[in-house]
Design a protein around this ligand. Structure first.
Ligand SMILES: N[C@@H](CCC(=O)N[C@@H](CS)C(=O)NCC(=O)O)C(=O)O
Length: 277
């Protein structure tokens, strides 16, 4: 593992590391923000999953999250959004292949050789963070758009693994919208039954844990009606009495300007779960 960037930030450090991922079978970068509290004690970790086209850079350069993580004593970890490298399969378009791993474990060629983002984010990355940084095993997860889908699905698939979950502008029903249908058919094949275990609106129906789903959604988001459709998750939650809090924000779009406006509220929400009284 090698540190490739390091900056002072709000009394702590913003770093970027690269390492060989055994799960993804390639070299990966991830960003880690260490709050000042991490100099003297082990801190809990909030994992952030970015959206389509992003790398580990978008969140750390645009969301302004470091100020809140410093105040709350929370480590932030932001992985890349797909495996990377010349021998990693890719496709035309920004919504499949590199930059579009969808946080699933692919089962189909040519994707399965590297596209195992679920296992990377749930298993390999936390093990690496908890062994090499001043991190304890209290974990939370959040993300944006494709990464909001990732946060919801990873939390719902892995009860007990995360103490809290939230999302900005998530793709809540990938089995029913164009971005999701394109990615899931490529990574998993044409049998739509196999897609359901990667869809938050399906998973919530069988959830064994009642983790509150905190969601922020801009009402002027250009992807709201075709790709995101938060009302589908709200109905599924109502059917099974699963707690959900969707905060609709007038005037906000899909961008990091929206995320930066409300990220403090999300980090506060996670900090309350991560630092039990
Ligand atoms: N219109 C965009 C669609 C992709 C997009 O909006 N990506 C969002 C996540 S779904 C994002 O975070 N983009 C990078 C950024 O804003 O920094 C494009 O073609 O690049």
């Amino acid at each position: 593992m090698e540190r490739v960037e390091s900056y002072a930030s709000f009394g702590g450090r913003q770093e970027v590391w690269k390492h060989h991922s055994a799960t993804l079978n390639c070299e990966m970068k991830f960003a880690v923000y260490l709050p000042p509290a991490a100099e003297t004690q082990a801190c809990p970790v909030l994992y952030w999953l970015s959206g389509l086209t992003c790398t580990e850079q978008n969140f750390i350069t645009k969301a302004g999250a470091q100020r809140y993580a410093a105040e709350e004593g929370v480590i932030l970890v932001a992985p890349d959004t797909s495996p990377r490298g010349e021998d990693v399969a890719d496709a035309e378009g920004y919504d499949l292949g590199k930059g579009a791993g969808f946080y699933v474990n692919a089962t189909r060629a040519p994707w399965a050789a590297h596209y195992q983002m679920h296992d990377y984010v749930v298993e390999e990355l936390p093990a690496l963070i908890e062994a090499n940084f001043p991190a304890n095993d209290a974990r939370a997860i959040s993300g944006h758009s494709m990464g909001g889908h990732g946060a919801l699905v990873l939390a719902l698939r892995n009860p007990g693994r995360f103490r809290s979950v939230s999302a900005f502008s998530p793709i809540v029903a990938p089995t029913r919208v164009p971005w999701g249908e394109k990615a899931l058919s490529a990574y998993l094949g044409d049998d739509r039954d196999t897609w359901k275990s990667w869809d938050a609106t399906e998973l919530v129906r069988g959830a064994s844990e009642r983790l509150l789903l905190l969601i922020d959604q801009g009402e002027d988001d250009q992807f709201l009606e075709e790709q995101l459709r938060p009302e589908l998750l709200v109905s599924a939650c109502e059917e099974v009495n699963h707690p959900i809090d969707v905060r609709r924000r007038p005037g906000h779009d899909h961008s990091y300007y929206f995320i930066a406006t409300y990220i403090g509220e999300h980090i506060h929400h996670h900090a309350r779960a991560l630092h039990p009284a």
